[in-house]
Design a protein around this ligand. Structure first.
Ligand SMILES: [Zn+2]
Length: 233
């Protein structure tokens, strides 16, 4: 859940020249219908996988999000009148936000995370997905890639994204009790971000406190950014 954009593009692997040459030579020897078929096969084997075609969104190789994740993010968007888009990252990375209004998740990573946390109740899985993706949408809504925000300690940005997630959960009438034991574990401890100081999410207690703080602000109809989170929050 690093919003710092430390994502390196996976290199695009073009067909080796020799293969292309063979394809072209073979094509010229075949009838045009057969050639079209062969080319389609080649293109398909590159462009599609079990999970769909790859393309670039917000500077990262992605695939289309599945309908469930799309519906989660559009529900979160609706709370804020936002237009954040969600994609599957091709790279196996923790959920993250990208400059340009994209939030990303990797299904294999999420599966491992949920297995690691031993969450089996599908209602809890869903609530976790809402909270995680709301945190990422929070980075977009807080404009965390702007120079002003980027100048803040990353822990401040992360805790404010947690608070945003809590606020969003309240607006969606999704209780926090089910997910509080897991939420903080979905951060630093699991992702290994502690070794990368720029992406620290704060200690577990501070993270769940920020989440709860957001929920309460929502309940009291206060603005989401009512006041900045301070050390005694
Ligand atoms: Zn974050």
């Amino acid at each position: 859940m690093d919003e710092n954009g430390k994502i390196r593009l996976t290199p695009f692997r073009p067909w080796p020249a020799a293969l292309v040459l063979i394809a072209l030579l073979t094509t010229s020897a075949m009838g045009s219908a057969a050639a079209a078929g062969a080319l389609a096969l080649v293109q398909n084997s590159r462009a599609t996988t079990a999970s769909g075609a790859e393309f670039v969104a917000c500077g990262e190789y992605v695939r289309r999000a599945n309908s469930h994740m799309k519906s989660i993010v559009s529900t979160i968007d609706d709370v804020w009148g936002a237009h954040v888009r969600v994609y599957q990252s091709v790279a196996m990375l923790p959920p993250h936000a990208r400059p340009g209004g994209c939030v990303m998740y990797n299904p294999a990573y999420l599966r491992l995370l949920l297995e690691h946390l031993m969450i089996r109740d599908s209602a809890v899985v869903d609530a976790m997905l809402y909270a995680i993706m709301a945190h990422e949408v929070g980075h977009e809504m807080h404009d965390d890639f702007s120079p002003q925000r980027a100048a803040l300690p990353s822990e401040t940005r992360e805790l404010e994204a947690d608070r945003f997630a809590g606020y969003t959960m309240q607006r969606l009438n999704l209780g926090l009790d089910n997910i509080t034991p897991y939420y903080s574990l979905a951060g630093d401890e699991f992702t290994g971000a502690m070794t990368r100081p720029s992406s620290r999410h704060g200690e577990s207690m501070r993270r769940t406190n920020a989440l709860r703080k957001g929920w309460e602000l929502g309940e009291w109809n206060q603005p989401e950014d009512y006041h900045s989170l301070s050390d005694d929050d």
